[in-house]
Design a protein around this ligand. Structure first.
Ligand code: SF4
Length: 355
């Protein structure tokens, strides 16, 4: 399989052109065709000489993913399913407006991007972990989701959350290469402040990311305010318990200006006690973090339940009354298999890739 042209940075493309005896300025033209004009074939790059287009065609494929399915409609959340070169699937979710989650104005479009096929971390609420880990996505497959979502929707993506399938920090090198493609002025040119990486809490990579020069935002899938509760939900907590995680987050705070987000899925009788709310508020204050409360969405094959709205509000009020910025999303997303990984799981199961 030929490599994807969209995976090449400006430097890599310039060096390939040099090897081919082509002038360096062609790199800007090619990047412009791919990322700005959103060309759907190498042949469409009409200001390149035919000989160069032929060389490109014999060395690269243009796109790294093929769109196969969309769930949802233009004015609601849309989920795109993409097929990869090896027959695997990933999904991205385009959310038309989400000011309650990450701030900003109501006309922002947020894309939730996948970073791996499957996931090894096995968080108990998550469909992506159900079939285990298959492979990392490369940079072109990660950044290509943004390009494809813009092509399919004919809209500009303003915010990106790395919160789809996979643990992004377990694939940190490809993730950072993709972020370069997303933020570079010659490619998608989206500000790093509009990018949020959501992690289950990989401590060494949080420290590594704290050293990264760009002001990327960080969200932590917390889902439990004590080790005892959290490790029922997130196996990763056995490797990096909360004390180590919070130390890494203190370090993050010492290096970055961006406010952390703590994600907390409310699950009935598991982590929704008001005692957990009180401890969560204490943690959030220590970390100067905001809290995003998400009532659990039922996942096929999993047993947990969503608490009633009254309990969700009571939980939120305790956190808020402690002086912490907290949001609670009470709307439901069951209709489009909104939990990450569900659409891909259905497709791969139907094709017999997952049994
Ligand atoms: S929540 Fe994220 S880290 Fe946890 S299993 Fe799902 S994809 Fe993996």
């Amino acid at each position: 399989m030929l490599p994807s042209l969209t995976g090449l940075s400006h430097e890599e493309l310039t060096s390939w052109l040099k090897e081919q005896g082509e002038p360096a300025f062609r790199a800007n033209q090619i990047l412009d065709w791919m990322w700005k004009k959103k060309a759907d074939s190498i042949d469409a790059m009409s200001n390149l000489p035919a000989t160069l287009r032929a060389k490109l065609t014999s060395s690269f494929r243009l796109a790294s993913l093929t769109h196969t399915h969309t769930q949802g409609s233009a004015d609601t959340t849309r989920k795109f399913l993409f097929k990869l070169h090896d027959g695997r699937y990933v999904e991205s979710v385009l959310i038309p407006a989400n000011p309650a989650l990450y701030g900003g104005t109501s006309d922002r479009r947020t894309l939730c991007v996948s970073s791996q096929v499957g996931c090894a971390y096995g968080c108990k609420f998550c469909a992506s972990g159900l079939a285990g880990f298959t492979r990392n996505l490369d940079a072109s497959e990660i950044a290509g989701q943004v390009l494809a979502a813009e092509q399919l929707s004919n809209e500009r993506v303003d915010n990106i959350v790395f919160m789809g399938m996979g643990e992004p920090l377990a694939n940190i090198n490809n993730l950072l290469a993709a972020i370069n493609l997303i933020t570079n002025e010659k490619t998608l040119h989206l500000g790093a402040r509009h990018l949020t990486i959501s992690t289950s809490g990989l401590v060494p990579q949080i420290r590594q990311l704290a050293e990264h020069p760009q002001q990327i935002r960080l969200a932590i899938s917390l889902h439990g305010a004590t080790d005892e509760i959290r490790q029922q939900i997130m196996p990763v907590n056995r490797k990096w318990p909360l004390a180590e995680l919070f130390d890494a987050l203190d370090y993050w705070n010492s290096r970055k200006n961006q406010k952390l987000t703590l994600e907390y899925i409310l699950i009935e009788n598991i982590n929704d006690s008001l005692e957990q709310a009180t401890i969560l508020a204490r943690v959030a204050r220590r970390l100067h973090a905001k809290v995003n409360l998400i009532p659990y969405n039922t996942v096929e094959g999993l047993e947990w339940k969503r608490p009633n709205d009254k309990q969700c509000r009571a939980f939120r009020d305790i956190v808020k009354n402690a002086g912490v910025q907290a949001t609670l999303r009470l709307e439901k997303g069951h209709d489009i298999d909104a939990a990450c990984g569900q659409l891909r799981l259905k497709q791969e199961t139907a094709e017999g890739i997952i049994r």
